[in-house]
Design a protein around this ligand. Structure first.
Ligand SMILES: N[C@@H](CCOP(=O)(O)O)C(=O)O
Length: 437
């Protein structure tokens, strides 16, 4: 498979280079030059396929030039011992639960696949790798778990100080070994900027083999497309058009849905639901992309002012705003609406949702009202509510069950290095820590 840079379309890369370089040298993003479709025979029978069978077929369809089917099977087998179940919430409303993996957030689908794929290539080339990742909450924990103790790979996670939940912070600051956490005095956008600058820094790239596990890396979108197909497989028999409502921050999740759509997923529409960090819904409304500094909200993992994947969103539609609007609607909500939705889901529908999931539910309902059409709506639940225990309990006025794997984190000591949001300090720290490895 060949990828091009969204900034200079003549810059091309093969799979391995696109994954390991992560960001093209011109600071664009990699996009597949051609997106192959799943076979009609597979889609016709998808309701009889398991999650793993779907993941294998999607990966093989995309990457058959680079990996044999057997290699794909081994990568998927290693990556997934969890699924993406849907649950009925009410008539024509389903939730797609993406929090059954090790860190209890949807990022596990991407992190586990990337760890398996990258270590496969590294073994083949006998190389070592340094992963850099910026997180507003969920990516960090999933990457820490996914790459923990993977031979030949070290992980550096940057997170905004005081802006992630206690459990999210513990997930990335308590593992140690090959995982180091940097607590940045700034926002997620500052963390993301530092990471992107590192990928463009010649000295760092010459000295260390750096790669990203954020959604700027095209390898993250492939596994995140699996669960859209898995949801379709589960709901196809309802015989109605399916609309996906996607809680959105950096827009990797929606981009993965659009990749699935381009591969033949019969999705009727997508809803991009954000909190007040609403650069994309505003773009869909006005036609002008005007990112603003990120704002702190209760759905913290979506506190992204300038989503990295905005450019991919436009490229999936040849940068034609009318085509984007035909397939994607955007809505944004404030914290008080989010809390009301959490209470509505709990009180009327007996479903405990994290704030991000509640934003997706609100987006789905807003689209239903506006479109006035008959469809099955699927809202994506991106994290287990217990990852935000204080907020959820305070909002619902009741205590909730905390799975043991999250509970035991709370008593572990945190280890993180404090850092300003200045690139030179970050670069010096990287040089001193990565040189020792
Ligand atoms: N919402 C993310 C922010 C980073 O996004 P990514 O999809 O680029 O990894 C988080 O939870 O960290």
């Amino acid at each position: 498979m060949i990828f091009y840079s969204t900034k200079t379309s003549s810059h091309k890369a093969k799979l391995e280079e696109a994954i390991f370089r992560s960001l093209p040298p011109d600071n664009g993003l990699y996009m597949p030059e051609h997106i192959p479709s799943l076979s009609q025979a597979f889609l016709d029978d998808i309701q009889n396929k398991t999650f793993k069978e779907i993941a294998i077929e999607v990966t093989h369809t995309l990457l058959s030039d680079d990996l044999t089917r057997q290699e794909v099977v081994e990568i998927i087998d290693l990556a997934y011992d969890f699924e993406a179940p849907t649950q009925r919430i009410s008539e024509d409303v389903y939730v797609l639960e993406l929090f059954h993996g090790p860190s209890m957030a949807f990022k596990d689908f991407g992190a586990r696949f990337m760890a398996a794929l990258m270590s496969y290539f590294l073994k083949r080339n006998n190389k070592e790798l340094n992963i850099l990742v910026a997180t507003s909450g969920d990516t960090g924990g999933a990457v820490a778990q996914g790459f923990f103790d993977v031979p030949g790979i070290s992980v550096t996670i940057l997170y905004p100080s005081g802006k992630v939940s206690d459990i999210q912070e513990k997930q990335l600051t308590t593992l140690g070994h090959n995982v180091q956490a940097l607590e940045v005095d700034g926002t997620f956008d500052d963390c993301q900027k530092l990471v992107k600058e590192a990928f463009l820094d010649q000295e760092l790239n010459e000295r260390f083999n750096l790669a990203s596990a954020n959604s700027i890396n095209i390898a993250r979108l492939i596994p995140q497309s699996f669960y859209y197909f898995a949801a379709y497989a589960q709901l196809k028999q309802l015989g109605k058009p399916i609309v996906f409502a996607v809680p959105s921050g950096n827009f990797g999740n929606l981009s993965a849905g659009l990749l699935a759509f381009r591969m033949g997923l019969p999705a009727a529409h997508f809803v991009a639901a954000t909190n007040k960090n609403n650069a994309v819904p505003r773009y869909l409304e006005s036609g002008t992309y005007n990112p603003l500094p990120s704002i702190e909200t209760i759905s913290n993992a979506m506190d992204v002012g300038n989503p990295s994947n905005f450019v991919r969103l436009t490229r999936f539609f040849q940068e034609d705003l009318n085509l984007i609007r035909e397939k994607v609607s955007g809505y944004y909500f404030d914290d008080s609406q989010t809390r009301d939705a959490m209470r509505e889901l709990n009180d009327a529908l007996e479903y405990i949702a994290c704030p991000h999931t509640a934003v997706a539910y609100l987006g789905l309902e807003a689209y239903r009202k506006e479109s006035n059409s008959d469809f099955v709506g699927v809202f994506l639940s991106t994290a287990h509510p217990a990852k935000f225990i204080d907020l959820v309990e305070q909002t619902l006025g009741k205590s909730i069950e905390v799975p043991e794997r999250l509970q035991k984190l709370l008593s572990l000591p945190k280890t993180a290095t404090k850092l300003s949001s200045d690139f030179i300090s970050f670069k010096d720290l990287l040089i001193s820590t990565l040189s020792k490895k």
